[in-house]
Design a protein around this ligand. Sequence first.
Ligand SMILES: *[C@@H]1O[C@H](CO)[C@@H](O)[C@H](O)[C@H]1NC(C)=O
Ligand SMILES: *[C@@H]1O[C@H](CO)[C@@H](O)[C@H](O)[C@H]1NC(C)=O
Ligand SMILES: *[C@@H]1O[C@H](CO)[C@@H](O)[C@H](O)[C@H]1NC(C)=O
Ligand SMILES: *[C@@H]1O[C@H](CO)[C@@H](O)[C@H](O)[C@H]1NC(C)=O
Length: 640
Amino acid sequence: MRGFVRAVGFFLSLLICREFSEAAVRGGGQASSPPRGWNSYDSFLWTISETTFLRNAEIVSKKLLPYGYEYVVVDYLWYRRNITGAYENSYGYDVLDEWGRVVPDPGRWPSSVGGKGFKEVADKVHAMGLKFGIHVMRGMSLQAFNGNTPILDVIKGGAYKEDNRQWGAKDIGLIEKKCGWMDNGFMSVNTATGAGKAFLRSLYQQYADWGVDFVKHDCIFGEDLNIDEISFVSETLKELDRPILYSLSPGKFATPAMAQDVSGMVNMYRITADDWDTWADVESHFDISRDMAAARLIGAEGLRGNSWPDLDMLPLGWLTEVGSKQGPNRRCGLTLDEQRTQMTLWSMARSPLMFGGDLRQLDGTTYNLITHPTLLEINSFSTNNMEFPHINVRKAHSALIQSSRSAKNISADMVGVLGLTSCMDSKAIGWVDEAEKQGLDKICWKPDMESSGNRSFCLHKRKPLLTSDEEVNYLKQNHGKFQLLAAERMDFCLDSSMRRKVTAVEQTSNSFSECKWNSNQLWELSHNGTLVSSYSGLCAKMNLVTDTGEGGARAWIANGRRGEIYLSFFNLNPSKTVISAEINHLAKALNDPNLRQGGTCRCTEVWSGTNFGVVKQTLSIAVQGHGCALFVLHCKSATS
Ligand SMILES: *[C@@H]1O[C@H](CO)[C@@H](O)[C@H](O)[C@H]1NC(C)=O
Ligand SMILES: *[C@@H]1O[C@H](CO)[C@@H](O)[C@H](O)[C@H]1NC(C)=O
Ligand SMILES: *[C@@H]1O[C@H](CO)[C@@H](O)[C@H](O)[C@H]1NC(C)=O
Ligand SMILES: *[C@@H]1O[C@H](CO)[C@@H](O)[C@H](O)[C@H]1NC(C)=O
């Protein structure tokens, strides 16, 4: 069986490999699907050496290139000497050429000696079948400014002259526009001057000469926005013979309005601050991804092709502690559920996938996650990607709910919490059997509508399986009594008492647990609308309370390229939560008229491998705290 699974996996990866390269050919334009690769920052911060970089690139070419990971990117400060006194915002340790341009630190990049820059590294990377990327900062270095270096005129050759004089770095550096988080390092240049333009042109011409295929331009977007420099660099890249992917980085945040201003000029742009391996970092990407999707920015027109909101590198596997000068030195701090949530959101939101871990120590779990065939299919080829707000959320172990948050509405919602009371309490009245009216096996709470804000709430009657004599006898003895499920397809039954000691605060909520033939889970509906527990003789009532949320839950949907639908549930709560969605709401969101009129879907969940069979109405699953579920649905209309 294992061998078979492996063989299928191998076949799939061959298939995927072919399809990725076909897509690259078919798309034609630059970044026709979200770019994919490896970046040195998460595992080495700034102190990577040539040998280590090339060793990682080699592993990318062998193990990840077949899955579309084609860029290898050196992150920041490759020009800074790695000696005592040098750090992220130190001054005076950068290696510059005579024209004030940063060049690789010869101590760490020995092949750069003699003015060769990154040429040899790029050649080696290309020979591996990969593309080469570098990180650069905004404008010009403070060292160049203070040294008032001359500016290279790459069009005429020699020093840049205008109005009968030679221009220098002090003529173009905007000292009042230093990078906010590296003010000893870099500042913007004045793009309104010919000399400012000449300086930027001399940088990008040099990158192209080295054989660079990807530029990550930092401290230029988000609250560090400098639209003049972005526009000029974008124009310059368009004029170069060499296609270079253009990626932007912000300081801390970006908004859809900022993204709209730049998306047409670039290929990808970061929309959050640096993402590290904490749950808070993962969680902070949900709102902004939703807003970028809603603004139709995913895959919008970009520089020589398309552009993509970038959720940042994947800090998985073997990483470096921030502030360290020698990496890597620790494992990723996310649980496996949290890592799956990250990969699934990055895939559903079609973010570029830039792996950040040290590949020399790539473990099997991380490898399988970043090369997961379904995730990569979604990431490369899905369409119509968006957050899907119409989900119901029920905490699996405390009771229940009708919490649907609309896309932009993060205000607290009301939830129903089941409590128990004396059956003589008039507040216990309000339960009805919906089976009499619609042929549905439901028990619903429909009390005085005015006081409950017109909310109703239903539990599902469990269908007896009648598979054992014990069960048949039990039901005979308990005629008219039933078990209640949290959701149609979940085997969690409502308990009438706690299975463990609880604190006073928890007292109000009941719990669901595995269904058992036990009076604790048997209920009976009285003629006066009370729901009686066989265990205690007490009656159920609903209390409406404000849902404080605890992070709640999210869902995303997308169309697959072969007619399939992808649906992911994300449980942002720390505890297990039942999340469900209605098929007809999916149909509405994806604007699928066939499905709207009573369609059904065949459905599989990817992480558990569970086949849910044909789902007619509600899709429901218990999701681990901080975990996710990913469904692949094949749907058809009722008439076909
Ligand atoms: C950088 O400097 C640190 C501290 O001196 C050292 O441990 C590390 O090996 C150096 N890295 C490289 C690539 O030179
Ligand atoms: C947010 O939800 C609340 C409660 O459900 C509702 O009253 C309010 O109108 C909603 N606001 C928006 C902007 O949708
Ligand atoms: C509802 O009916 C039950 C059984 O007949 C009775 O014991 C209970 O007091 C009634 N409750 C109310 C609130 O009328
Ligand atoms: C409940 O529904 C009734 C009738 O449709 C309506 O008049 C009333 O305003 C609603 N109440 C709330 C709180 O929404």
